[in-house]
Design a protein around this ligand. Structure first.
Ligand SMILES: [Zn+2]
Length: 377
């Protein structure tokens, strides 16, 4: 990991300055990525950018900027994006300050701006090092979120294609998966989620996937996978219940169950039943868990914790009203249903795992479990 301090005149940063939808904003002879394409748009207001330009015109110091040298020998702007944009846009003649644009300045004044040395720390290191560095430096200025920081590390055609699909307002991914996903495309939320899913498919972590595909010619693998996930959700659960479905980890479900033959009509009947059935509904504390429950049969996804009255009566009859702890007989009203194998340890809320304890013993057992929890946590 290497950090070098450089003094770079504005004229060099402005050299090759271009702002295009395709490439984002570039400068420094085309080698500096000032703002990547499709990055969320955060812009200084007129007062803020005038302050930057006036600082330069007076020859006062600007705070240090941070660039990161990428694998191709180019540079990514880590910190200083808005200040750099303010200066470049002014020099480019995009706006004026106090009715004076760059073109209205004297030759001397223009030279003064162009010769102004920006203090830049250029960082070089492995991908992981740079990412760690991003986390540290990115505490002030224009805050990037985790996926934006990752994006700055794995630039190239693959990322460009991926962002075109996942990261624009009204992008194809959002149009396709709007009812099933949460988040904002331009904040990279959809891209991040899709990457988490596909990394799970490949048994690696998200960064490994990005690293492995950075130099791909396109993002077809990711796009096609994502389309398969959403198509699977749509055929498996054809009735849309956005409130329950939005934001579930559909790709993870798909990775586990996508290959199975599932009868959507039966599933839907069961969902409708689970949602309708008063007795169950009262106990399902996590209705959103219905989908995962139906796929793998593990009712813990539903957080069903309470036994139904019928289960309690069955256990009471089986025990003939005897509390198995103290051996005394009780009326059913004086007993409570208890998980034989504790719920917290994976014990299921089914008749076979139900026993009736007298209230005193149930209280003791509960207290003991609480004690164990506090020891372990
Ligand atoms: Zn008892």
């Amino acid at each position: 990991m290497k950090i070098v301090e450089m003094k770079i005149p504005v004229r060099e940063v402005f050299d090759g300055y271009a702002d295009t939808a395709e490439m984002g904003v570039r400068g420094y002879g085309g080698r500096l990525n000032i703002r990547p394409a499709f990055q969320r748009e955060f812009v200084y207001n007129a007062k803020q950018r005038a302050a930057v330009v006036n600082t330069v015109r007076h020859g006062f110091p600007l705070n240090v900027m941070y660039w990161v040298r990428n694998a191709e020998g180019g540079f990514e702007m880590l910190d200083g994006q808005q200040r750099t944009l303010s200066i470049c846009q002014y020099v480019n003649g995009d706006y004026s300050i106090d009715h004076r644009g760059f073109g209205n300045l004297t030759e001397e004044e223009r030279a003064q701006i162009l010769d102004y040395p920006l203090t830049v720390y250029v960082c070089e290191g492995t991908e992981r090092e740079r990412l760690d560095w991003f986390e540290v430096v990115n505490t002030a200025g224009e805050q990037l979120n985790a996926q934006e920081r990752r994006n700055a590390q794995y630039t190239g055609r693959w990322l460009y294609e991926a962002k075109r699909y996942f990261s624009r307002t009204g992008c194809a991914a959002a149009a396709l998966a709007d009812k099933y996903m949460t988040g904002t495309p331009i904040r990279q939320d959809l891209l991040e989620t899709a990457l988490e899913w596909i990394a799970d498919r490949d048994g690696c972590d998200l960064l490994d996937y990005m690293a492995a595909h950075q130099h791909d010619a396109n993002a077809d693998d990711l796009r096609q996978y994502f389309e398969s996930v959403i198509a699977w959700v749509k055929t498996t659960f054809p009735v849309v219940r956005s409130k329950l479905m939005k934001g579930l980890p559909w790709g993870l479900y798909f990775n586990k169950h996508g290959g199975r033959s599932i009868n959507p009509r039966k599933l839907e009947a069961r969902i409708a039943q689970l949602l309708r059935d008063d007795e169950d509904v009262n106990d399902i504390t996590n209705q959103r868990g219905i989908y995962e429950y139906l796929l793998d049969g593990d009712e813990r996804h539903l957080s069903i914790r309470a036994f139904s009255p019928k289960m309690a009566q069955t256990a009471y009859a089986r025990q003939k009203g005897i509390c198995p702890v103290c051996g005394k007989h009780f009326a059913i009203e004086d007993m409570q249903a208890d998980h034989i194998k504790p719920w917290s340890k994976g014990g299921r809320t089914v008749a076979e795992n139900c026993q009736m304890l007298c209230k005193a013993d149930n209280l003791k057992k509960g207290a003991m479990q609480t004690q164990c929890w506090s020891i372990w946590t």
